[in-house]
Write a protein of this length. Structure first.
Length: 399
């Protein structure tokens, strides 16, 4: 009798678990392959791919082209791309880890290396904060330089290079330098080089082939060339590795390191997928906890609606997390655009659906929207699976 009840209990547990696992039908997968092949072909894409996961399980994959036009290495989930501004979302995970540990505060004033607060000179009594940087409400100008160390001490009321006329926290304006601040803050809080910290706290625990310097990738042989809109090599994998090896600064230098967290991440498609799974769910992927559930939710929220927030104006970004409604559902994530490269990581937390989308050597120019037309169409296409995908159940025979 006990044996029978044990079998029934096991069956119930497995059935409950399986009800959360979804699989596309053969017809759905075939139609998806045709859809994405048409999309990539019309855009004259050199390489790229699409991964879709649901509640931590991959339900679809599509790959196009190779790591280069001439090499016999087709794109797979292991292929590494430079993902431009998707970097900011990944860097934000590192920032939120330090917020959880109390080593960073979202609303404390950002300071220069000498401890002097960073100020918009038109508002000398208004703090510029990390929360503002992550929601793009610092009042930094979109074209504010970020390649080298900003010359904060030289900024005065005549400045037209760094700050706008808006008060810090009051208005949205996407600025790459906001993303660069994340690198500086992580180094200041940890005393570690940004790449070292991110590798030890995120990439290595998840077994991800990723780095902010190509020569430090665990497996650099997986790195793809980047192609421009004409389908020509913009930067070869070999050249990335050569340049990064020559220019890499292993020191912790928060006064100067502003470039890496803007768009310098090299990461595999499956690496983006794993981080997406953590953000779409409870902060965990592959049994590794990156963030608490509360931090994951906070990254998605409108920061201007939170009590005591240093952000007072609305922004489409939570904390380095863009919000967009597609097919009646709100999706969260980030896009990267650079030359002919288009990279996206978006997720829908209610269904825990994650979409990774990369086009490399895209021939058509990008739109001015926060999400370009093609990944938006891809997300819309996948959105229908949230309702249509059929559950696949595990059948356990009782005794």
């Amino acid at each position: 009798m006990n044996k029978r009840w044990a079998a029934l209990a096991l069956a119930a547990v497995l059935l409950l678990s399986a009800s959360r696992a979804f699989a596309l039908t053969e017809d759905q997968a075939a139609r998806a392959n045709s859809y994405f092949a048409g999309m990539f072909d019309r855009a004259e894409v050199v390489s790229g791919g699409v991964l879709v996961t649901r509640q931590g399980q991959r339900v679809y994959s599509f790959f196009w082209g190779g790591q280069s036009k001439s090499a016999a290495h087709p794109v797979t989930e292991k292929t590494v791309f430079k993902v431009a501004s998707v970097t900011k979302l990944i860097a934000a995970v590192g920032v939120m880890q330090l917020v959880e540990e109390g080593k960073l505060s979202l609303d404390a004033p950002l300071c220069r290396s000498d401890g002097t607060p960073i100020r918009n000179p038109r508002y000398p009594n208004k703090d510029v904060t990390l929360r503002q940087a992550m929601s793009h409400t610092t009042s930094l100008l979109p074209a504010a330089p970020y390649i080298g160390a900003p010359r904060w001490e030289r900024i005065d009321e005549t400045d037209k290079t760094y700050f706008s006329s808006a008060a810090p926290g009051s208005a949205y304006a996407y600025a790459n330098l906001n993303g660069g601040i994340l690198c500086s803050e992580i180094e200041r809080a940890t005393g570690q080089n940004f790449n070292t910290y991110m590798t030890e706290q995120i990439f290595e625990p998840l077994g991800i082939n990723a780095s902010f310097s190509a020569h430090l990738l665990p497996d650099p042989t997986r790195l793809a060339n980047t192609y421009d809109p004409q389908g020509l090599v913009y930067q070869s994998a070999a050249r990335y590795i050569e340049l990064d090896a020559a220019e890499y600064d292993p020191a912790c230098d928060p006064a100067s390191h502003y470039r890496a967290s803007v768009g310098g991440l090299y990461i595999s498609l499956e690496g983006l997928e794993k981080i997406g799974v953590a953000l779409a769910g409870n902060g965990t992927a592959d049994g590794v906890r990156l963030l608490s559930p509360g931090s994951v939710r906070l990254m998605r929220q409108d920061q201007s609606l939170l009590p005591g927030s240093s952000v007072t104006g609305q922004s489409p970004y939570g904390l380095c997390t863009y919000r967009v409604e597609i097919e009646g559902r709100v999706w969260y994530g980030h896009q990267g655009r650079w030359e002919g490269l288009l990279a996206d990581l978006f997720y829908e937390p209610e269904s825990e659906t994650v979409v990774v989308f990369v086009m490399n050597g895209l021939a058509v120019s990008f739109s001015g929207k926060e999400i370009a037309t093609r990944p938006e169409r891809a997300i819309a296409y996948v959105s229908r699976w949230i309702e249509d995908a059929q559950p696949s159940f595990v059948v356990v025979e009782g005794e």
